[in-house]
Design a protein around this ligand. Structure first.
Ligand code: IDP
Ligand code: MG
Length: 151
């Protein structure tokens, strides 16, 4: 197994629409393990660091104000192939192109309000986790259900 950690975040539109529980519940039911969670408003400078790869693109300024516009639910989830599994559950960046059954496909209408962020590679995950969480905030524990999730 390739146990991985990924950084996920219910974006401000997801929080305002009351979808935190619904979204986290999907990941929990799938079998992902919660390693860390934090409810916070992202300071502009932190948003700029997180989305640094998009600096200079035409949507960058609106992306930074959107992601800082209200609280987000920041999460670290763990599981076998967690990065790709979670990206699949999120759906494509544009909710209109996301398959029904995915989070963006079920709840979103436009790219600028697409409800959720998820790391796109294990390397991005490590970088993003370190932006939002201190090492001691990542909780180590045994989960008894693991023996019924993994063979
Ligand atoms: P991802 O979130 O699916 O990884 P990225 O291409 O990394 O997609 O873009 C980061 C975020 O920037 C998107 O989730 C979305 O919130 C926003 N974004 C990307 N492209 C556009 C756009 O064309 N218009 C408005 N917002 C965009
Ligand atoms: Mg991305």
């Amino acid at each position: 197994m390739a146990m991985e950690r990924t950084y996920l975040m219910v974006k401000p539109d997801g929080v305002q629409r009351g979808l935190c529980g619904e979204i986290l519940s999907r990941f929990e039911k799938k079998g992902l393990k919660i390693v860390a969670a934090k409810f916070m408003v992202i300071p502009k400078a932190v948003a700029e660091s997180h989305y640094g790869e998009h600096k200079g693109k035409k949507f960058y300024d609106s992306l930074i104000s959107y992601i800082s516009s209200g609280p987000v639910l920041a999460l670290v989830l763990e599981g076998d192939g967690a990065v790709a599994v979670c990206r699949g559950m999120m759906g494509k960046t544009n909710p209109q192109e996301s398959a029904p059954g995915t989070i963006r496909g079920d709840y979103g209408m436009v790219t600028g309000m697409n409800l959720i962020h998820g790391s796109d590679s294990p390397e991005s995950a490590a970088r993003e986790i370190s932006i939002f969480f201190k090492p001691e905030e990542l909780v180590e524990y045994a989960r008894s259900s693991d023996s019924w999730i993994y063979e």
